[in-house]
Ligand binder design. Structure first.
Ligand code: NA7
Length: 533
């Protein structure tokens, strides 16, 4: 085998890329990982903004493929903060000696499938501008669902004399806001996490809100050593139990539909779950993302909490979301609404008067100029497809992936796409991905891809590609399932609605845990819906 040819090329050294590399090595494959950053961690490498934290509980947000690993690692808080998750990623990379096969500071710019040779030809560019190529039998896109920063293209961006940063591309050395007038644009999860922290440091903070968001309290606290010991003693059962839940997490989702209890009981259940904190709030009834009436009561309960918390009634009303609760990913906050009671924080509603432009001093909205020393764009990501479409990926006959997906992504199982043989998308569009706990979902996909590769080798085959019928049916199925829920009712990044010009298609598959069973059945039937050669 030539030095510039591998069995498997992996793009991205986040949790997906790292585990894929580990599995590939275990199968004796020659593998290489390309990573733009200078370290592992993916989303946790880039999202270093103040207050960045996982919204899945730390004891569940970890790998489970190695029992020694899960036994030896200790999380310090109920919800782990970014620096700790990044330390965990590095711990894993060092423990399994992964870094020697990761080419850091190397961006994959193109990947073209050669029909005749049956190989992927991959072009990379290193930070110093060096261009390189490599051929691979299998190409795994472990590029993450939230990796491509959505930086708005405001007129006058270059005129602004202060500093601006996007939360998803935060400088490694951190940003000191002491004594500064700061603007935060956006009120999604990143903003909701960073606003309380920035407010404590900055001289003044102005938040520009286009759409308010629902947030439930994290009630974060240090991990109790006794609970940790119990959890570790029962990891196997707990991990299995989590896999039966609709989001791959342990929080309880009651098997009760809305309307099965009197309204007062329902409100008491919402209050109980509010006090528990986190995503469990939406598990009060099994159908809260289907039943409009139940959803409206759950939403009103949160609005009441906002009105109770925020002292200025006008600000409180502006902070009250009106959409379906849960159709955007529910935010888990630490003191977000309370922050608006501070003297140095104010909220500007830009729902009717969008930001017109940036200026030398700050920005203009509603005909008024606001002056700042720093602007934070908490404006989210070109989710799920952004990090794929920005690479020049071409399949059979030179077809660009971005062209095939012009009207929205089309996949079979969210893992593969017709015309792109041996290309695997870890947690790709059309898979449960972001609607679940990403770590176990990543492991399920990586294990599935590994099984496919083993199967091909065992049968003397080299190529796998989905059948057109199977892909069409899967896309229809995902749309039908999503269409039967309240998810498509608001402008979320699940739908691509946050990126101007992006096709409005519900990208994740709201079908966990049935999805895993379906994958297993397909494999057991000799990879039904795939063509293996
Ligand atoms: P989100 O959830 O996409 O939030 C982005 C926010 O930025 C949201 O409030 C947007 O308002 C706002 N936004 C986006 N573009 C603009 C422009 N041009 N002008 C004003 N406001 C804008 O991203 P996050 O990073 O907070 O969270 C992403 C996920 O990471 C989250 O769901 C968790 O899973 C972790 P909009 O709502 O579109 O009106």
């Amino acid at each position: 085998m030539a030095a510039k040819q591998v069995d498997i090329a992996i793009v991205g050294a986040g949790f997906a890329g790292m585990y894929m590399l580990h599995r590939a090595r275990g199968m004796g494959l020659r593998a290489v990982v390309f990573e733009t950053g200078d370290g592992v961690g993916g989303t946790w490498y880039w999202n270093r903004y103040p207050g960045a934290r996982c919204d899945v509980e730390s004891m569940e947000y970890s790998y489970q493929f190695d029992d020694d690993l899960q036994q030896e690692w200790s999380w310090s808080e109920r919800y782990a903060a970014q620096p700790e998750i990044l330390r965990y990623a590095n711990h894993v990379a060092d423990r399994f000696d992964l870094k020697r096969d990761i080419r850091f500071e190397t961006r994959v710019t193109a990947a073209h499938f050669d029909d005749a040779g049956g190989l992927w030809h991959i072009e990379t560019e290193s930070r110093n501008g060096g261009v390189d190529t490599i051929a691979a039998t299998h190409l795994v896109m472990a590029t993450g669902c939230l990796s491509s920063a959505n930086v708005p293209h405001f007129e006058g961006m270059e005129d602004f004399k202060g500093d601006w940063h996007h939360t998803g591309r935060w400088p490694k050395e951190g940003v000191d806001f002491t004594g500064k007038r700061v603007a935060v644009i956006g009120t999604g999860s990143s903003a909701i996490q960073s606003i309380p922290v920035i407010a404590r440091q900055a001289e003044h903070l102005t938040v520009f809100q286009r759409t308010p968001n629902y947030a439930v309290p994290a009630h974060n606290h240090p991990v109790d050593p006794e609970r940790e010991a119990w959890f570790k003693a029962h990891y196997k059962e707990l991990r299995e139990k989590a896999k039966q839940g609709r989001s791959g997490q342990l929080y309880s989702v009651r098997d009760l539909p809305w309307g099965s209890e009197p309204l007062e009981t329902a409100k008491a259940e919402f209050a109980r779950r509010w006090d528990l904190g986190g995503f469990s709030y939406l598990g009060a009834y099994v159908d809260l993302l289907v039943n409009k009436e139940g959803n409206a009561v759950a939403a009103e309960f949160v609005r009441e909490k906002i009105r109770e918390t925020v002292k200025d009634p006008e600000t409180a009303e502006l902070l009250c979301p009106t959409s379906v609760i849960g159709c955007k990913r529910l935010c888990v906050d630490i003191g977000y609404f309370e922050t608006y009671n501070r003297d140095n924080v104010n909220l500007v509603d830009i729902s009717k008067d969008p930001i017109e432009r940036l200026t030398e001093k700050g920005l203009i909205t509603g005909g008024k100029e606001y002056a700042f020393d720093a602007i934070v764009f908490a404006t989210g990501f070109d989710a799920m497809t952004g990090s794929l479409n920005r690479i020049d990926i071409r399949g059979r006959g030179g077809l660009p992936l971005a062209e095939k997906w012009e009207a929205g992504p089309r996949t079979y199982l969210g893992l593969t796409t017709v015309g792109f043989p041996n290309l695997f998308l870890i947690t790709g569009p059309g898979s449960p991905s972001v609607l679940t706990n990403m770590l176990p979902t990543i492991e399920q996909h990586v294990d599935y891809v590994s099984d496919i590769i083993e199967h091909l080798r065992a049968h003397g085959q080299t190529t796998i590609e989905p059948e057109q019928d199977a892909e069409d049916a899967w896309v229809d199925h995902v749309n039908a399932i999503a269409g039967g829920t309240l998810y498509p009712s608001c402008n979320s990044w699940y739908l691509g609605a946050n990126v101007p010009g992006k096709p409005r298609v519900f990208m994740p598959y709201p079908g966990f845990p049935a999805y895993v069973k379906k994958c297993e059945e397909i494999a057991a039937a000799g990879y039904e819906g795939f063509r293996l050669e």
